[in-house]
Design a protein around this ligand. Structure first.
Ligand SMILES: [Zn+2]
Length: 197
């Protein structure tokens, strides 16, 4: 497509809140009109994530992103506590206000994390899904080094702790899930870990 027409297509897509990535179209609904300013960042992250998931043998489904108007709106829509950034239910990604994620510097990481969940095999246990999502997104690189204190926790208990969303120990549980997922990926590679072989 000539660059002018392509530019127009991108502009129109941005106004409509729809963009395509390899293997999956993303439509975005923002509750707060000020969040429209962050659509280019969302779509940019989406295109990158489509390529990176494809390289792992995963395909993005057509996905819908619904950004809440506030932390309480997010909690009301999802039943999640206010401090959770986003959650993916099937092919719908629910997020906090995009501006709030951008202010924290976590908007692209959150898109990558949730896109991984949208594309991952459904059969992954929760702890592994979360650990892999944080490795894939780049969030893992921000983790402090050193022991998590949860090294001896059985896998099922770790999954249950992640599901319970207790504010106090959630970040240690995410770090521990990420530590275990990283070890698996380093020794077996992404393909085998994703296939649970
Ligand atoms: Zn997650």
């Amino acid at each position: 497509m000539p660059s002018k027409r392509r530019g127009l297509a991108v502009l129109l897509a941005g106004l409509l809140g729809i963009a395509s990535a390899r293997g999956g179209q993303l439509s975005v609904e923002v509750g707060d009109p000020r969040d429209r300013a962050y659509l280019p960042a969302v779509f940019g992250a989406w295109r990158g994530v489509g390529r990176d998931l494809h390289a792992l043998g995963l395909t993005l489904p057509d996905t819908r992103l619904e950004a809440a108007t506030s932390a309480s709106d997010f909690a009301r829509r999802t039943g999640e506590p206010w401090f959770v950034a986003a959650t993916t239910r099937g092919a719908v990604i629910h997020t906090q206000r995009l501006g709030a994620l951008a202010a924290r510097g976590t908007l692209p990481l959150t898109i990558r994390h949730e896109a991984f969940h949208a594309a991952q095999p459904r059969s992954l246990p929760r702890w592994l899904a979360e650990g892999l999502a944080r490795l894939f997104s780049g969030e893992a690189e921000r983790d402090p080094r050193g022991p998590t204190g949860l090294e001896g926790l059985p896998e099922g208990t770790l999954s249950a702790r992640l599901a319970a969303r207790g504010e106090g120990d959630l970040s240690a549980a995410y770090r521990e899930a990420t530590r275990r997922a990283r070890q698996l990926v380093q020794t077996r590679g992404w393909a085998k870990v994703l296939a649970r072989k």
